[in-house]
Design a protein around this ligand. Structure first.
Ligand code: E4P
Length: 215
C-alpha cells in the first residue's frame, strides 16, 4: 500500500519524505488556504515546490466546476510538472473532464467520493485515482471503511485499474483497516503516519535494552 501525505505544508512534506516511506502528496483548496498560499502564481509555484521535494504523485485540485473551466485549469496544472495529478470533483462535468483527460493521457484523482456508485463512474471515466473520504463519512455516522470494501469488490470484479486512494483518513486504525481491505493508497496528515510507528512496549523495551547495555 502506498502512503501519501495530505497537506500543503512544505516542512511536513519534507519530514515525511525524509522518513523514506512517502509515495506522494494530496492537497486541496482548504489545505492550500491553511498554508496562506494565495494568488494563481503563488499557488502554481507551491505545487512545483512540492513536486521538487517528493518523488511521487502530487494531486492539485481544480476550482472550476464547469467542463471547459476544468479542462483549462487541469491542462495548466498538468503542464507544471510530470508528477502532477489533476484532482477533479465528482460532479457531472467532473466525470466528463476525467474522461477527456484520460483520452489525453493526463492523470486524474476523482475527489469528494462518498458512494460506490460515484466510484464506479470515476473508474468508467478512466480516473487514475478515486478518493473516497472515509473520515467525513464516519463524521455523519456512516461506515467510511465499508465504502473502501465495496469499491475494492467492484473494481476487482471488473479489473478496473483506477487506484483506491483512501482519503479523509484521521488516525492509524483507519490506515490499518484500509490496508486490510486492499486500498491501494492511504492519504493522511503527518501525525497519522508517524502514529503508526509508536507503541509503548517498543519504548519500554528499548529503555530496558539501553539500561542493560550499560551493565
Ligand atoms: C484528500 O484528498 C482530501 O482532500 C482530504 O483527505 C480530506 O480530508 P478531511 O476530511 O480531513 O478534510
Amino acid at each position: 500500500m502506498k502512503f501519501f501525505i495530505d497537506t500543503a505544508n512544505l516542512e511536513q512534506i519534507k519530514e515525511a519524505q525524509d522518513l523514506g516511506v512517502l509515495d506522494g502528496v494530496t492537497t486541496n483548496p482548504s489545505l492550500m488556504a491553511k498554508e496562506g498560499i494565495k494568488g494563481q502564481e503563488n499557488i502554481l509555484k507551491h505545487y512545483v515546490d512540492i513536486c521538487n521535494i517528493v518523488t511521487g504523485d502530487v494531486s492539485a485540485e481544480v476550482i472550476s466546476t464547469d467542463f471547459d473551466g476544468m479542462v483549462k485549469e487541469g491542462e495548466a496544472l498538468a503542464k507544471l510538472h510530470k508528477q502532477i495529478v489533476v484532482k477533479i470533483p465528482m460532479i457531472k462535468d467532473g466525470v466528463k473532464a476525467i474522461k477527456y483527460f484520460s483520452s489525453k493521457g493526463i492523470r486524474t484523482n476523482c475527489t469528494l467520493v462518498f458512494s460506490a456508485g460515484q466510484a464506479l463512474l470515476a473508474a468508467k471515466a478512466g480516473a487514475t485515482y478515486v478518493s473516497p473520504f472515509i473520515g467525513r463519512l464516519d463524521d455523519v455516522s456512516t461506515d467510511g471503511l465499508r465504502l473502501i470494501e465495496d469499491i475494492r469488490l467492484i473494481y476487482d470484479n471488473y479489473a478496473y485499474e483506477t487506484e483506491i486512494l483512501a482519503a479523509s483518513v484521521r488516525h492509524p486504525r483507519h490506515s490499518i483497516n484500509c490496508a486490510q481491505m486492499g486500498a491501494d493508497v492511504v492519504t493522511c496528515p503527518l501525525n497519522a503516519i508517524t502514529a503508526l510507528l509508536k507503541h509503548p512496549l517498543t519504548d519500554s523495551g528499548l529503555a530496558q535494552f539501553l539500561a542493560d547495555a550499560k551493565k
